[in-house]
Design a protein around this ligand. Structure first.
Ligand code: FE
Ligand code: FE
Ligand code: FE
Length: 166
């Protein structure tokens, strides 16, 4: 049974996926913040938690602009990324190696978001939804900046992790 018939329907469904995903991320980030022992990583994750809450507001604005129902569509991708991240955390000893694992897990989420918001931006422009495209682009830039910050932080943390006893 296919209920999505055109680009607008696809765009709406993918937005509903991301509304679910961003809400899920606001639940996952506090758990990650609690696990880290690196102050800079903690601050970075805290900042992105605030941005993520702001992104939900931006998404809701997009729904209003486009006249879409603010329904959350279960996003299997984010479920899987978070579940895999959590089971990995359970196997990693506290300290820099756990921080390295947190960074890798967070980067996977950011890359998923970058791919999705990139596609959503493109669709919004195609559909002539300039205002929605602008908001989606703002979110996209926040996800990219977060990924860059995580890359910067990973350098020192990986050095420390290498020094941990086997
Ligand atoms: Fe996000
Ligand atoms: Fe879906
Ligand atoms: Fe993000």
């Amino acid at each position: 049974m296919s209920s999505i018939k055109n680009l607008e329907g696809l765009f709406q469904h993918m937005l509903q996926d991301m509304l679910y995903a961003e809400n899920k991320i606001t639940k996952a980030l506090p758990k990650m913040i609690k696990k880290t022992s690196d102050e800079n990583l903690k601050a970075g994750l805290e900042q992105h938690l605030e941005e993520t809450k702001d992104q939900i507001g931006k998404l809701e604005e997009v729904f209003e602009i486009c006249g879409f129902d603010k329904k959350r569509e279960k996003c299997e991708a984010i479920e899987g990324l978070i579940k895999e991240g959590e089971s990995l955390m359970d196997e990693v000893q506290n300290g820099p190696t756990l921080d390295a694992a947190l960074i890798a897990a967070a980067q996977k989420v950011e890359h998923y978001e970058i791919a999705t918001y990139g596609a959503l931006c493109h669709m919004a422009n195609k559909l002539g939804q300039k205002e929605a495209a602008k908001l989606l682009h703002e979110i996209l830039e926040q996800e990219k900046a977060t990924d860059e910050k995580l890359i910067d932080l990973s350098d020192g943390i990986e050095e420390e992790s290498m020094k941990q006893a086997a």
